[in-house]
Design a protein around this ligand. Structure first.
Ligand code: MGD
Ligand code: MGD
Ligand code: SF4
Ligand code: MO
Length: 754
């Protein structure tokens, strides 16, 4: 029987304040952090117990960000006491970042989704109370499977969108239904880099490892991973500094990395491409490149030589706001201080921030090739990963329906290189749903994406309102929950199992396991279980045959490495390694097996084979005079960390970073609330004045602006950067001939007023 629930906080009788006081009185348990948890009663019971329960270490990995640092969890009486890094792991290196340590607060967040619920208020929209009613898992599965099957039978499988990262089970689920629409965020994140590496070097993915600790010259075009507290990258960067590496940072904002650099160059936003082209010009014309590497491992140098002649430092100076001498000097230093590397990660200037970012990423690959920094120590390194079984082959799954290859709602098939990656586009998904192009979408299943992870939020809300049915698998009552018809409460990474191949630093193959550190809380279920149950109840038995489970898949992967889940759990390190010396690659994944400076793949697909200069999209105008920069803070993780009271204390709300001179000219004081407005919308945030940003820029950090009242700490704090970012449209990206369909996350201008 369905039971009425007043609020999602149901069951939490102890207020934060009372709890904190009580915990403090518990003496020995103060070390637990004084954070209000559902385990309050258990804490007291344990305090009075006669026998001291034993403390144990459980090996797992961090699921807060994609680095997946291997973690040691200190656990006592089924209570997580502390998380720490595993020193056997190449990525964690024995430490975690602030977000990683804070993972404990996510597990014990009292606002967590606790049991399945269904909406009873049919009206949807911002601030509309869904009027949740608690239901059983059986009812939830029947409801979701029934509705998806009804829509599939009536409108076709393409009418269902699975909005999720393209992970194993989610991919399998979407394909089993037969929908081509597995929709992910990738073109807002790192897609430019992936497309360029794929076309010019790897033939498939992009490398995630850079051997910074051995670099002698690190050149950053907005790369600020040390400033994101990205564990391995920050650690290796510091080691490089200790070893005397020179660091040059180009960034319109004085980033954390810039603060540790030998030189900060506050370049004009969206113009780094001109800087890099001029660097290539100097390096080629002064013959400063690594002749042996270029000769042996690259293709297209002659064409590059001709192409680059027009891009002189004098030409670039006018575009970038950087003196020609500086550009030429940096080029010479970069080319002659080896090993040198252009540092990139995801959303630096070569990430999908500007209309020309994919070109910049290409120029960065060329620079790395010219100094021999591709798969060489001190440079970018391809991951050495172990060979694992293929999902479909292992479970003997039949071919998926032909409909999975049909036209997509985000238009991905119109971008042939991108299409092959299966990595999708949020902005054109929203556009497609709104315009019903090429067909209407009727239902969506969301996994681990919030409304605030989109651009132009009001358009997304409009699009979601058009859908007949939305199911959400999440852990917190975020804004996407408000739009849902059914909530399926997932487990956090600290309650789940998995196998994690090391990618963020993988000089040799290494694997870590994820396992529950405590018994899963509440009535939550793991993602694979949820998807398998829905799939079966939709009648898709052939795709979910007997024995398909998250557990058997984990086991299959570890068995292929000659180990098992049980063995890994008992292992003193919790890590599987195949330690072997690093042997640089002699061949690459392009058609010619060389690094294609002049890319055949781009040319054949109708894109510029060399990164010709093109400007960014939006330029300052009388109405919107400042460049917008979107970034993130080291202690925040996207839109999911703002409900942590400790992180809130460290950084109470997001701000608009402005140059002091600009603010003064507008009469804006430090700490005063201002409106930041673009052609997409406006937000209200505090102004933070500094000398550490160009006078023509305003920087807003991402993650805030929550309006879900069920997030008791995050609610109403700060502004949502997504309100400022217009959608990139299909036509726009096609006309620009951008192979990556980049989302132009910072390619917009704003005004600021009180
Ligand atoms: N703490 C923390 N770490 C994270 C994340 C998180 O949420 N929190 N998220 C992870 C993910 S998914 C991502 S995508 C990455 C994002 O992290 P990054 O890839 O580091 O991207 P941003 O934080 O957006 O920073 C972009 C930098 O580029 C600068 N910049 C902007 N425009 C220009 C320009 O035109 N030229 C130059 N040279 N610089 C420019 C900005 O000032 C900023 O310093 O971080 C990852 N790490
Ligand atoms: N406006 C704007 N949009 C952006 C960006 C930006 O800078 N500005 N950045 C883009 C980038 S680089 C990225 S990588 C994406 C990131 O997109 P995400 O990191 O996926 O998005 P978040 O907004 O952090 O939403 C995460 C959601 O997953 C839930 N969640 C957390 N853990 C779990 C779990 O274990 N299981 C389930 N089922 N749910 C979980 C959280 O409660 C939250 O609702 O966003 C992109 N979108
Ligand atoms: S860098 Fe931080 S958040 Fe990311 S996996 Fe490591 S500890 Fe977790
Ligand atoms: Mo990202």
């Amino acid at each position: 029987m369905a039971e009425e629930v007043k609020s999602i906080f149901d069951g939490i009788e102890v207020s934060r304040r009372t709890f904190t006081k009580a915990t403090a009185a518990l003496g020995a348990f103060v070390a637990f952090g004084g954070y209000p948890t559902k385990h309050f009663d258990r804490l007291i019971e344990t305090a009075g117990a006669q026998e001291e329960p034993e403390e144990k270490i459980v090996h797992t990995f961090c699921g807060i960000c994609s680095a997946n640092c291997a973690v040691k969890a200190r656990v006592k009486d089924d209570m997580l006491l502390e998380l720490s890094g595993n020193s056997e792991d190449q990525i964690s290196g024995g430490v975690l970042c602030v977000k990683g340590y804070a993972g404990r607060n996510l597990l014990y967040d009292p606002d967590r989704l606790k049991y399945p619920m269904k909406r009873t208020n049919p009206n949807k929209g911002v601030g509309e109370d869904p009027k949740w009613v608690r239901i059983t898992w059986d009812e939830a599965f029947e409801l979701v499977a029934g509705k998806l099957k009804e829509i599939k039978d009536r409108d076709g499988p393409q009418a269902i969108a699975v909005v999720s990262r393209p992970k194993t089970w989610q991919k399998h689920f979407a394909k089993s239904i037969g929908t081509p629409n597995l929709i992910a965020h990738n073109n807002t994140c790192y897609i430019t880099h992936e497309i360029v590496w794929r076309a010019t070097v790897t033939g498939k993915g992009r490398p995630w490892t850079t051997d910074y600790s051995k670099s002698k010259f690190i050149l950053s075009f907005g790369w600020d991973q040390p400033g994101k507290a990205k564990n391995v990258q920050a650690r290796d960067f510091i080691e490089a500094k200790r070893n005397g590496a020179k660091v040059v940072v180009l960034d319109p904002r004085f980033s954390v990395t810039a603060s540790k650099a030998d030189e900060w160059i506050p370049i004009k936003p969206g113009t780094d491409l001109a800087f890099t082209l001029a660097m290539i010009n100097v390096i080629v014309n002064e013959e400063l490149y690594d002749k042996e590497f270029v000769e042996e491992y690259t293709l297209g140098f002659d064409k590059l030589d001709d192409f680059i002649q027009e891009y002189t430092p004098e030409w670039a100076s006018g575009i970038t706001d950087v003196p020609a001498d500086t550009i030429a000097r940096v080029a010479r230093e970069f080319a002659t201080t080896r090993p040198a590397v252009v540092a990139t990660h995801k959303r630096d200037a070569g990430g999908p921030n500007y209309a020309n970012s994919w070109r910049l990423s290409h120029a960065e690959v060329i620079l790395n090739a010219l100094v021999g920094a591709i798969d060489r120590e001190g440079g970018v390194i391809f991951e050495r990963t172990p060979k694992l079984p293929k999902f479909g082959e292992y479970f003997e799954i039949p071919s998926y329906p032909e409909s999975v290859k049909g036209e997509r709602i985000d238009g991905l098939e119109k971008f042939p290189i991108l299409y092959k990656t299966g990595k999708a586009s949020f902005p054109t998904f929203v556009e497609g749903v709104l315009e019903e192009r090429p067909y209407p979408i009727k239902a969506a299943l969301f996994w681990k994406y919030n409304v605030l992870a989109f651009t132009y939020t009001s358009k997304l809300i409009e699009a979601l309102k058009k859908l007949e049915f939305i199911a959400v698998i999440d852990i917190l009552p975020t804004e996407i929950i408000e739009m849902a018809d059914v909530i399926l409460p997932d487990r956090t990474y600290l309650e789940g199992s998995g196998v994690g191949v090391r990618k963020y630093f993988a000089k040799y193959p290494q694997v870590a396991i994820k396992q529950p550190v405590v018994k899963p809380l509440y009535e939550t279920k793991g993602t694979s279980t949820i998807l398998i149950e829905i799939g079966k109840r939709m009648g898709l038995y052939e795709y979910f045959p007997e024995g398909t489970s998250g557990k058997s898949w984990n086991e299959a992967q570890l068995n292929a490495l000659g180990t098992s889940f049980d063995e890994m759990k008992k292992s003193p390190t919790g890590i599987w390694s195949d330690k072997k010396p690093f042997v640089p690659k002699e061949e690459f994944g392009t058609p010619s097996k060389k690094i294609e400076l002049h890319s055949q793949v781009f040319e054949e697909n109708g894109y510029d084979p060399l990164p010709a200069w093109a400007p960014k999209r939006d330029l300052p105008s009388n109405e919107y005079p400042y460049y917008l920069i979107v970034t993130r803070k080291p202690f925040e993780k996207m839109t999911q960390s703002q409900n942590d009271p400790i992180l809130r204390e460290i950084y109470p709300e997001n701000r608009a970073l402005m140059n002091r001179t600009t603010a003064q000219s507008l009469g804006i004081r430090n700490g005063e609330y201002v409106y930041v407005e673009s052609r997409a919308g406006k937000i209200r945030v505090k102004a933070e004045l500094t000398e550490g940003i160009r006078p023509d820029c305003v920087c807003v950090d991402h993650g805030f602006g929550h309006w879900s009242k069920e997030l008791s700490v995050a609610y109403g704090v700060g502004g949502n950067d997504g309100d400022l970012i217009p959608l990139v449209t299909l036509d726009e990206a096609l006309e620009r001939k951008d192979p990556s369909l980049g989302a132009c996350m910072s390619d917009v201008c704003v005004k600021v007023y009180t």
